[in-house]
Design a protein. Structure first.
Ligand code: NDP
Length: 399
């Protein structure tokens, strides 16, 4: 079957490599992005190692007509969006116009407002239902695998889940004083925003990085982690019966935080346009241009990521605790596909989600978050495709 992959950055590199490892499902792929040179580089890197036929194209994913023309030419069976969240709606529009299933890894966010919410994409539910097409939202690791883990926990171990803590730990070291592991603009917008968590049907807002905890992560060790707002809180708050509280924590080292604070204090993380030498520029986009490209971190990054969820709830009237997580080694990911673990842990689930849709396992009309789908076949593929999971039925809880 044919997959159209939009974007040619760090995550796309992994999606391409993983599709090429699964040629029985992905017999043909097209890599289409703004800069065709990056698409061609990915083709070059993979084409001698695979049965999958690879083609490339230049496309502006903000332009629906261009996307539809490309779809008419390539005739894909699925469109995998691993460009930026700003392009989600135009790509969904193009999928509807051409008539193809859709999958992404990050929810829509308007370019001029640092706020991500599912409402814009959920508004497409009726249109996808009527067209008989499937749209899978947020199928990276977090969101993505965290939702699949939640559906799996609920299906197998709980009657109701009351508390979820999502813990995202990156114990990797790239050797730079400051760099981001995925798109710097999106990453900095996310971590400099106010934090929030979901409790008893309401959002509780916190100042950025206000809530800090320490956790001892398997195979990584003790790390400081901070509460952030994160998109899966919104969908899990609706899709998990009996839920009382969901929080999301991410680890940051002191050097990262000190640099970020300094950049914020001097105005470099702002998305308000300013005039510079007669030209309007956005400080955060300028910062992105001077920071290391996340795709270049692969060879330099050592250490491991550990991402998972701790659940508390009830089964047959008894209290149950359950922790499920994956540990991914930056260097092993690099050896396998030429990317560090943050891109790897995002790209592998995107490929598996697309495979689920193409095989008809996750195929139903409408717009869905991953926890609304059967988790079992996806969980099996995580083990086979490089992201095995570990269970702990007596975890240390986060206070
Ligand atoms: P990169 O910046 O490395 O790659 C983005 C790609 O999109 C680039 O190739 C870029 O092109 C392309 N692009 C940008 N704008 C357009 C456009 N208008 N038309 C066509 N192509 C365009 O980002 P990452 O690979 O790190 O991240 C990709 C996505 O994955 C993001 O949405 C990110 O939020 C998401 N993500 C999700 C995670 C999860 O766990 N769910 C974790 C990490 C990331 P160019 O080469 O010209 O710049």
């Amino acid at each position: 079957m044919k997959a159209l992959i939009i974007g040619a950055g760090g995550v796309a590199g992994v999606v391409v490599a993983k599709c090429c490892q699964n040629s029985d499902v992905f017999s043909e792929i097209m890599i289409a992005s703004r800069t065709i040179g990056r698409c061609d580089e990915l083709k070059e890197k993979n084409q001698d190692k695979t049965e999958t036929k690879i083609s490339t194209a230049k496309v502006d994913a903000n332009n629906v007509a261009e996307l539809v023309a490309l779809m008419n030419e390539f005739q894909p069976d699925i469109c995998i969006n691993v460009a930026l969240p700003y392009q989600d709606l135009t790509i969904m529009d193009a999928c509807l116009e051409y008539g193809v299933d859709y999958l992404d890894t990050a929810n829509y966010e308007p370019e001029d407002t640092a706020k991500f919410e599912y409402k814009w994409q959920w508004a497409y539910k009726d249109k996808f239902e009527k067209a008989g097409l499937t749209a899978i939202l947020g199928c990276g690791f977090d969101p993505g695998v965290t939702g699949v883990f939640s559906a799996y926990a609920l299906k197998h171990y709980f009657d109701e889940i009351n508390y979820i803590d999502i813990l995202d730990c990156n114990g990797g070291d790239h050797g730079y004083p400051f760099a981001t592991n995925f798109n710097p603009e999106i990453n900095i917008r996310e971590v400099s925003a106010k934090g929030s968590y979901w409790e008893n049907g309401e959002w509780i807002e916190t100042e950025p990085m206000e809530i800090k905890r320490e956790y001892d992560f398997d195979q990584v060790g003790v790390k400081d982690m901070y509460l952030l707002h994160h998109e899966e809180l919104e969908s899990l708050g609706i899709n998990m019966p009996g839920i009382k509280r969901i929080r999301f924590f991410m680890t940051f080292g002191q050097s990262y935080l000190t640099h970020l604070k300094c950049l914020e204090n001097v105005g470099m993380t702002s998305i308000e346009p300013i005039m510079f030498e007669g030209k309007e520029i956005i400080p955060l986009q300028f910062l992105k241009a001077v920071l290391p490209d996340p795709a270049s971190l692969g060879p330099r990054t050592v250490g491991k990521t550990n991402i998972g969820c701790i659940y508390q709830g009830k089964k047959d009237g008894k209290d149950v605790k359950y922790y499920i997580y994956n540990v991914c080694d930056h260097q092993e990911a690099y050896k396998e596909v030429g990317s560090q673990a943050v891109s790897y842990t995002t790209g592998v689930p995107a490929m598996i989600g697309a495979m689920m849709v193409l095989k008809g396992i996750w195929k139903k009309p409408g717009v869905f978050n991953v926890e609304e789908m059967d988790p079992d076949p996806f969980m099996e593929k995580l083990n086979e495709c490089g992201l095995p999971w570990i269970e702990n039925f007596n975890p240390v809880l986060v206070d």
